[in-house]
Design a protein around this ligand. Structure first.
Ligand SMILES: *Cc1c(COP(=O)(O)O)cnc(C)c1O
Length: 390
Protein backbone atom coordinates (compact mmCIF):
# COMPACT_ATOMS: atom_id res chain seq x y z
CA UNK A 1 0.00 0.00 0.00
CA UNK A 2 1.39 3.43 -0.91
CA UNK A 3 -0.15 6.59 0.52
CA UNK A 4 0.09 10.03 -1.06
CA UNK A 5 3.30 11.97 -0.41
CA UNK A 6 1.32 14.95 0.86
CA UNK A 7 0.66 13.01 4.07
CA UNK A 8 4.39 12.85 4.71
CA UNK A 9 4.56 16.63 4.42
CA UNK A 10 2.18 17.10 7.36
CA UNK A 11 4.34 17.77 10.45
CA UNK A 12 4.23 15.22 13.28
CA UNK A 13 1.78 15.90 16.07
CA UNK A 14 3.69 18.11 18.50
CA UNK A 15 1.95 17.13 21.68
CA UNK A 16 2.50 13.36 21.55
CA UNK A 17 4.56 13.33 24.74
CA UNK A 18 2.05 15.61 26.55
CA UNK A 19 -0.94 13.53 25.46
CA UNK A 20 0.80 10.38 26.66
CA UNK A 21 1.49 11.96 30.07
CA UNK A 22 -2.09 13.21 30.42
CA UNK A 23 -3.45 9.76 29.56
CA UNK A 24 -1.03 8.20 32.06
CA UNK A 25 -2.14 10.55 34.88
CA UNK A 26 -5.79 9.93 34.15
CA UNK A 27 -5.18 6.16 34.14
CA UNK A 28 -3.66 6.58 37.63
CA UNK A 29 -6.93 8.17 38.72
CA UNK A 30 -5.60 11.76 38.86
CA UNK A 31 -8.29 14.36 38.12
CA UNK A 32 -6.46 16.40 35.47
CA UNK A 33 -7.86 19.92 34.89
CA UNK A 34 -7.46 21.10 31.31
CA UNK A 35 -7.22 24.72 30.19
CA UNK A 36 -6.23 23.45 26.75
CA UNK A 37 -9.52 23.16 24.89
CA UNK A 38 -11.08 26.11 23.04
CA UNK A 39 -14.63 24.81 22.97
CA UNK A 40 -17.38 26.79 24.76
CA UNK A 41 -18.45 24.91 27.90
CA UNK A 42 -21.87 26.58 28.03
CA UNK A 43 -24.65 24.93 25.97
CA UNK A 44 -26.21 26.28 22.76
CA UNK A 45 -29.00 28.73 23.79
CA UNK A 46 -32.38 26.92 24.08
CA UNK A 47 -34.20 28.94 21.39
CA UNK A 48 -31.58 27.82 18.85
CA UNK A 49 -31.84 24.15 19.86
CA UNK A 50 -35.64 24.50 19.69
CA UNK A 51 -35.33 25.55 16.01
CA UNK A 52 -33.55 22.24 15.34
CA UNK A 53 -36.27 20.25 17.11
CA UNK A 54 -38.97 21.83 14.93
CA UNK A 55 -36.91 21.61 11.72
CA UNK A 56 -36.04 17.95 12.30
CA UNK A 57 -39.75 17.00 12.06
CA UNK A 58 -40.17 18.47 8.57
CA UNK A 59 -39.44 15.87 5.83
CA UNK A 60 -38.24 18.71 3.55
CA UNK A 61 -35.18 18.78 5.80
CA UNK A 62 -34.50 15.05 5.51
CA UNK A 63 -33.07 15.30 2.00
CA UNK A 64 -29.75 16.43 0.47
CA UNK A 65 -29.18 20.13 1.03
CA UNK A 66 -27.89 22.41 -1.76
CA UNK A 67 -24.16 23.23 -1.66
CA UNK A 68 -24.82 26.95 -1.71
CA UNK A 69 -27.09 26.75 1.35
CA UNK A 70 -30.67 27.87 1.84
CA UNK A 71 -31.38 31.28 0.24
CA UNK A 72 -33.01 32.41 3.49
CA UNK A 73 -29.80 31.59 5.41
CA UNK A 74 -27.67 33.54 2.91
CA UNK A 75 -30.08 36.48 3.26
CA UNK A 76 -29.95 36.23 7.08
CA UNK A 77 -26.13 36.29 6.98
CA UNK A 78 -26.10 39.32 4.65
CA UNK A 79 -28.62 41.13 6.90
CA UNK A 80 -26.51 40.36 9.98
CA UNK A 81 -23.36 41.74 8.30
CA UNK A 82 -25.29 44.94 7.46
CA UNK A 83 -26.66 45.32 11.02
CA UNK A 84 -23.47 44.38 12.82
CA UNK A 85 -20.75 45.90 10.60
CA UNK A 86 -22.52 48.13 8.06
CA UNK A 87 -21.16 45.84 5.32
CA UNK A 88 -23.33 45.24 2.22
CA UNK A 89 -23.26 41.72 0.74
CA UNK A 90 -25.12 40.16 -2.17
CA UNK A 91 -26.63 37.02 -0.61
CA UNK A 92 -26.43 35.12 -3.93
CA UNK A 93 -22.90 36.03 -5.00
CA UNK A 94 -21.00 37.05 -1.88
CA UNK A 95 -22.18 34.65 0.85
CA UNK A 96 -21.47 30.93 1.21
CA UNK A 97 -22.50 28.86 4.25
CA UNK A 98 -19.89 26.31 5.40
CA UNK A 99 -19.75 23.09 7.44
CA UNK A 100 -17.94 25.13 10.10
CA UNK A 101 -15.37 27.72 9.07
CA UNK A 102 -12.53 25.18 9.44
CA UNK A 103 -13.94 23.29 6.46
CA UNK A 104 -14.01 26.45 4.32
CA UNK A 105 -10.50 27.49 5.39
CA UNK A 106 -9.12 24.09 4.42
CA UNK A 107 -10.96 24.01 1.10
CA UNK A 108 -10.00 27.61 0.26
CA UNK A 109 -6.38 26.41 -0.10
CA UNK A 110 -7.54 24.19 -2.98
CA UNK A 111 -8.95 27.31 -4.69
CA UNK A 112 -5.73 29.32 -4.45
CA UNK A 113 -2.68 27.11 -4.09
CA UNK A 114 -0.89 25.18 -6.84
CA UNK A 115 2.21 23.10 -6.09
CA UNK A 116 5.10 25.46 -5.28
CA UNK A 117 2.86 28.40 -4.32
CA UNK A 118 3.31 30.14 -0.99
CA UNK A 119 0.68 31.11 1.58
CA UNK A 120 1.63 33.76 4.15
CA UNK A 121 0.36 32.50 7.50
CA UNK A 122 0.47 33.94 11.02
CA UNK A 123 2.97 32.48 13.52
CA UNK A 124 1.75 31.60 16.10
CA UNK A 125 -1.51 30.72 14.37
CA UNK A 126 -4.49 28.42 14.03
CA UNK A 127 -2.87 25.40 12.31
CA UNK A 128 -5.39 24.98 9.46
CA UNK A 129 -4.00 27.88 7.34
CA UNK A 130 -0.63 26.09 7.06
CA UNK A 131 -1.99 22.53 6.90
CA UNK A 132 -4.52 23.38 4.18
CA UNK A 133 -1.64 24.94 2.21
CA UNK A 134 0.51 21.81 2.60
CA UNK A 135 -2.33 19.48 1.62
CA UNK A 136 -2.85 21.58 -1.52
CA UNK A 137 0.86 21.12 -2.39
CA UNK A 138 2.02 24.59 -1.39
CA UNK A 139 4.34 25.99 1.24
CA UNK A 140 3.41 28.08 4.26
CA UNK A 141 5.64 31.08 4.98
CA UNK A 142 5.38 32.05 8.65
CA UNK A 143 4.80 35.71 9.53
CA UNK A 144 5.95 36.21 13.13
CA UNK A 145 3.42 37.90 15.41
CA UNK A 146 5.52 39.72 17.99
CA UNK A 147 4.36 41.13 21.28
CA UNK A 148 6.12 44.47 20.61
CA UNK A 149 3.99 44.85 17.43
CA UNK A 150 0.76 44.05 19.28
CA UNK A 151 0.86 40.59 17.68
CA UNK A 152 0.27 42.08 14.21
CA UNK A 153 2.49 40.82 11.35
CA UNK A 154 5.16 43.20 10.03
CA UNK A 155 4.28 43.04 6.33
CA UNK A 156 7.32 45.12 5.33
CA UNK A 157 9.55 42.22 6.46
CA UNK A 158 8.34 39.69 3.87
CA UNK A 159 11.24 39.08 1.42
CA UNK A 160 10.50 39.95 -2.22
CA UNK A 161 11.39 36.43 -3.47
CA UNK A 162 8.72 35.09 -1.08
CA UNK A 163 6.20 37.67 -2.25
CA UNK A 164 6.86 36.68 -5.87
CA UNK A 165 5.52 33.17 -5.12
CA UNK A 166 2.88 34.14 -2.55
CA UNK A 167 -0.79 33.84 -3.52
CA UNK A 168 -2.61 34.51 -0.26
CA UNK A 169 -2.24 36.27 3.07
CA UNK A 170 -4.04 34.72 6.04
CA UNK A 171 -4.90 36.94 9.01
CA UNK A 172 -7.04 36.31 12.10
CA UNK A 173 -8.36 39.01 14.47
CA UNK A 174 -9.46 38.81 17.24
CA UNK A 175 -6.57 36.36 17.27
CA UNK A 176 -6.21 32.77 18.36
CA UNK A 177 -3.92 32.06 20.24
CA UNK A 178 -2.65 35.52 21.31
CA UNK A 179 -6.02 37.21 22.02
CA UNK A 180 -4.77 40.28 20.11
CA UNK A 181 -7.15 42.59 18.22
CA UNK A 182 -6.64 44.64 15.04
CA UNK A 183 -8.14 47.99 14.07
CA UNK A 184 -9.34 49.31 10.71
CA UNK A 185 -6.01 51.04 10.10
CA UNK A 186 -4.25 47.66 10.10
CA UNK A 187 -6.90 46.23 7.75
CA UNK A 188 -6.32 49.20 5.41
CA UNK A 189 -2.60 48.38 5.34
CA UNK A 190 -3.46 44.78 4.53
CA UNK A 191 -5.67 45.80 1.59
CA UNK A 192 -2.94 48.08 0.25
CA UNK A 193 -0.30 45.33 0.64
CA UNK A 194 -2.56 42.83 -1.15
CA UNK A 195 -3.21 45.23 -4.05
CA UNK A 196 0.51 45.97 -4.44
CA UNK A 197 1.55 42.31 -4.39
CA UNK A 198 -1.43 40.71 -6.14
CA UNK A 199 -2.42 38.68 -3.08
CA UNK A 200 -5.74 37.33 -1.93
CA UNK A 201 -6.57 38.13 1.69
CA UNK A 202 -8.40 35.59 3.82
CA UNK A 203 -9.48 36.98 7.18
CA UNK A 204 -10.58 34.39 9.72
CA UNK A 205 -12.88 36.14 12.17
CA UNK A 206 -14.73 33.68 14.43
CA UNK A 207 -14.16 35.79 17.59
CA UNK A 208 -15.67 39.17 16.60
CA UNK A 209 -18.56 38.56 19.01
CA UNK A 210 -16.47 37.24 21.91
CA UNK A 211 -15.33 40.59 23.31
CA UNK A 212 -14.80 42.26 26.69
CA UNK A 213 -14.70 45.68 28.37
CA UNK A 214 -17.10 47.13 25.75
CA UNK A 215 -14.69 46.47 22.86
CA UNK A 216 -16.33 46.00 19.43
CA UNK A 217 -14.32 44.07 16.86
CA UNK A 218 -14.49 45.31 13.25
CA UNK A 219 -14.93 43.24 10.08
CA UNK A 220 -12.11 43.25 7.52
CA UNK A 221 -14.79 44.03 4.91
CA UNK A 222 -15.47 47.44 6.48
CA UNK A 223 -12.31 48.72 4.80
CA UNK A 224 -12.66 50.22 1.28
CA UNK A 225 -11.29 47.81 -1.33
CA UNK A 226 -11.41 44.76 0.97
CA UNK A 227 -14.09 43.04 -1.09
CA UNK A 228 -11.93 43.41 -4.22
CA UNK A 229 -9.09 41.43 -2.65
CA UNK A 230 -10.55 39.09 -0.10
CA UNK A 231 -13.02 37.11 1.90
CA UNK A 232 -13.83 36.80 5.58
CA UNK A 233 -14.54 33.52 7.34
CA UNK A 234 -17.00 33.59 10.22
CA UNK A 235 -18.62 31.02 12.39
CA UNK A 236 -21.57 30.26 14.65
CA UNK A 237 -19.29 28.13 16.84
CA UNK A 238 -17.91 30.75 19.20
CA UNK A 239 -20.63 33.44 18.93
CA UNK A 240 -23.50 31.10 19.80
CA UNK A 241 -21.77 28.10 21.45
CA UNK A 242 -22.50 25.96 18.39
CA UNK A 243 -19.19 24.12 17.84
CA UNK A 244 -20.94 20.75 17.81
CA UNK A 245 -23.42 21.65 15.07
CA UNK A 246 -20.76 22.56 12.47
CA UNK A 247 -21.86 25.69 10.67
CA UNK A 248 -20.01 28.83 9.55
CA UNK A 249 -19.75 31.07 6.50
CA UNK A 250 -17.44 32.74 4.00
CA UNK A 251 -18.38 36.20 2.73
CA UNK A 252 -16.83 38.76 0.41
CA UNK A 253 -15.28 38.68 -3.06
CA UNK A 254 -17.70 37.03 -5.50
CA UNK A 255 -15.00 35.29 -7.56
CA UNK A 256 -13.46 33.71 -4.46
CA UNK A 257 -16.88 32.71 -3.12
CA UNK A 258 -17.73 31.08 -6.47
CA UNK A 259 -14.39 29.21 -6.50
CA UNK A 260 -15.00 27.87 -2.99
CA UNK A 261 -18.54 26.85 -3.93
CA UNK A 262 -17.22 25.01 -7.02
CA UNK A 263 -14.65 23.06 -4.97
CA UNK A 264 -17.17 22.27 -2.26
CA UNK A 265 -19.89 21.17 -4.64
CA UNK A 266 -17.52 18.43 -5.81
CA UNK A 267 -16.43 17.32 -2.35
CA UNK A 268 -19.32 17.74 0.08
CA UNK A 269 -23.08 17.90 -0.07
CA UNK A 270 -23.73 20.96 2.04
CA UNK A 271 -24.95 21.57 5.58
CA UNK A 272 -27.93 19.60 6.93
CA UNK A 273 -30.89 21.93 6.41
CA UNK A 274 -32.17 21.63 9.97
CA UNK A 275 -28.81 23.00 11.13
CA UNK A 276 -29.05 25.85 8.63
CA UNK A 277 -32.40 26.69 10.22
CA UNK A 278 -30.70 26.76 13.65
CA UNK A 279 -28.24 29.28 12.24
CA UNK A 280 -31.10 31.50 11.02
CA UNK A 281 -32.66 31.30 14.50
CA UNK A 282 -29.29 32.30 15.99
CA UNK A 283 -28.90 35.39 13.76
CA UNK A 284 -32.53 36.51 13.85
CA UNK A 285 -33.41 35.60 17.45
CA UNK A 286 -32.63 37.44 20.70
CA UNK A 287 -28.93 38.37 21.01
CA UNK A 288 -28.69 38.69 24.83
CA UNK A 289 -26.98 35.30 24.99
CA UNK A 290 -23.82 36.84 23.51
CA UNK A 291 -23.46 39.43 26.29
CA UNK A 292 -24.29 36.77 28.89
CA UNK A 293 -21.58 34.42 27.64
CA UNK A 294 -19.07 37.26 27.39
CA UNK A 295 -19.77 38.29 30.99
CA UNK A 296 -18.88 34.75 32.11
CA UNK A 297 -15.66 34.73 30.05
CA UNK A 298 -14.69 38.22 31.21
CA UNK A 299 -14.98 37.23 34.87
CA UNK A 300 -12.89 34.11 34.22
CA UNK A 301 -10.38 36.20 32.27
CA UNK A 302 -9.88 38.55 35.21
CA UNK A 303 -9.49 35.72 37.73
CA UNK A 304 -7.07 33.81 35.52
CA UNK A 305 -4.95 36.86 34.60
CA UNK A 306 -4.61 37.75 38.29
CA UNK A 307 -3.65 34.18 39.23
CA UNK A 308 -1.05 34.01 36.46
CA UNK A 309 0.40 37.39 37.42
CA UNK A 310 0.68 36.16 41.02
CA UNK A 311 2.75 33.31 39.58
CA UNK A 312 5.07 35.92 38.07
CA UNK A 313 3.98 35.37 34.45
CA UNK A 314 3.76 38.37 32.13
CA UNK A 315 0.24 38.54 30.70
CA UNK A 316 -2.16 41.16 29.29
CA UNK A 317 -5.93 40.74 29.71
CA UNK A 318 -7.24 40.24 26.14
CA UNK A 319 -10.06 42.43 24.75
CA UNK A 320 -11.46 39.48 22.81
CA UNK A 321 -11.21 35.74 22.04
CA UNK A 322 -11.40 32.81 24.44
CA UNK A 323 -7.69 32.73 25.32
CA UNK A 324 -5.06 33.99 27.70
CA UNK A 325 -1.57 34.12 26.16
CA UNK A 326 1.06 34.27 28.89
CA UNK A 327 4.84 34.51 28.87
CA UNK A 328 6.50 31.61 30.76
CA UNK A 329 8.99 32.45 33.54
CA UNK A 330 12.65 33.11 32.79
CA UNK A 331 14.52 29.81 32.42
CA UNK A 332 11.49 27.83 31.22
CA UNK A 333 10.43 26.92 27.68
CA UNK A 334 6.80 26.56 26.58
CA UNK A 335 7.12 22.81 26.93
CA UNK A 336 9.10 22.66 30.20
CA UNK A 337 6.62 24.98 31.97
CA UNK A 338 3.66 23.04 30.57
CA UNK A 339 5.17 19.77 31.80
CA UNK A 340 5.91 21.20 35.25
CA UNK A 341 2.29 22.34 35.62
CA UNK A 342 1.08 18.89 34.66
CA UNK A 343 3.53 17.02 36.91
CA UNK A 344 3.17 19.28 39.96
CA UNK A 345 -0.51 20.27 40.01
CA UNK A 346 -2.19 18.19 37.26
CA UNK A 347 -3.13 21.28 35.23
CA UNK A 348 -2.97 21.14 31.43
CA UNK A 349 -2.19 24.25 29.35
CA UNK A 350 -1.12 24.43 25.71
CA UNK A 351 2.55 25.14 24.97
CA UNK A 352 2.72 28.17 22.65
CA UNK A 353 5.34 26.47 20.49
CA UNK A 354 2.58 24.18 19.20
CA UNK A 355 1.16 27.16 17.24
CA UNK A 356 4.40 27.91 15.41
CA UNK A 357 8.03 28.81 16.16
CA UNK A 358 7.19 32.33 17.39
CA UNK A 359 4.87 30.85 20.01
CA UNK A 360 7.94 29.62 21.93
CA UNK A 361 8.11 31.19 25.38
CA UNK A 362 4.33 31.37 25.79
CA UNK A 363 1.47 29.19 27.00
CA UNK A 364 -2.20 29.41 26.04
CA UNK A 365 -5.02 28.97 28.52
CA UNK A 366 -8.63 28.71 27.42
CA UNK A 367 -11.53 30.41 29.24
CA UNK A 368 -13.97 27.65 28.28
CA UNK A 369 -13.43 25.49 31.36
CA UNK A 370 -16.64 24.49 33.21
CA UNK A 371 -17.10 26.55 36.41
CA UNK A 372 -16.21 23.95 39.03
CA UNK A 373 -13.11 22.76 37.17
CA UNK A 374 -12.15 26.38 36.52
CA UNK A 375 -12.20 27.20 40.26
CA UNK A 376 -10.24 24.04 41.06
CA UNK A 377 -7.77 24.94 38.30
CA UNK A 378 -7.22 28.38 39.87
CA UNK A 379 -6.64 26.80 43.31
CA UNK A 380 -4.06 24.45 41.82
CA UNK A 381 -2.23 27.26 40.06
CA UNK A 382 -2.16 29.17 43.36
CA UNK A 383 -0.74 26.10 45.14
CA UNK A 384 1.94 25.86 42.43
CA UNK A 385 3.08 29.30 43.57
CA UNK A 386 2.94 28.44 47.26
CA UNK A 387 5.06 25.36 46.62
CA UNK A 388 7.79 27.79 45.53
CA UNK A 389 8.00 26.25 42.07
CA UNK A 390 8.13 29.62 40.31
C1 LIG B 1 -12.52 27.85 16.44
C2 LIG B 1 -11.77 28.42 15.29
C3 LIG B 1 -12.19 28.18 13.97
C4 LIG B 1 -13.14 27.07 13.58
O1 LIG B 1 -14.42 27.30 13.77
P1 LIG B 1 -15.51 26.29 13.21
O2 LIG B 1 -16.48 27.20 12.56
O3 LIG B 1 -16.02 25.58 14.42
O4 LIG B 1 -14.89 25.35 12.23
C5 LIG B 1 -11.56 28.85 12.95
N1 LIG B 1 -10.54 29.70 13.20
C6 LIG B 1 -10.10 29.92 14.44
C7 LIG B 1 -8.98 30.86 14.64
C8 LIG B 1 -10.69 29.27 15.52
O5 LIG B 1 -10.20 29.49 16.75
Amino acid sequence: MRLAKRLERLPPYLFVEMSRKIAQKRAQGVNVISFAIGDPDLPTPPHIVEALRTASLDPANHRYPETEGLPQLRRAIAAWYRRRFGVELDPDEEVLPLIGSKEGIGHMALCLIDPGDIALVPDPGYPVYAMGTIIAGGEPYYLPLREENGFLPDLSQVPSQVLARAKVLWINYPNNPTGAVADLKFFEQVVHFAQQNDLVVCHDAPYTEVTFDGYEAPSFLQVPGAKEVGVEFHSFSKSYNMTGWRIGMAVGNARLIRALRDVKSNLDSGIPQAIQLMAIAALEGPQECIAQHNAVYQRRRDLLVQTLRDLGLRVQPPLASLYIWARVPEGDTSLSFTQRLLDEVAVVVTPGSGYGPSGEGYIRLSLTVPEEDFQEGLRRLQSFRRSGKV
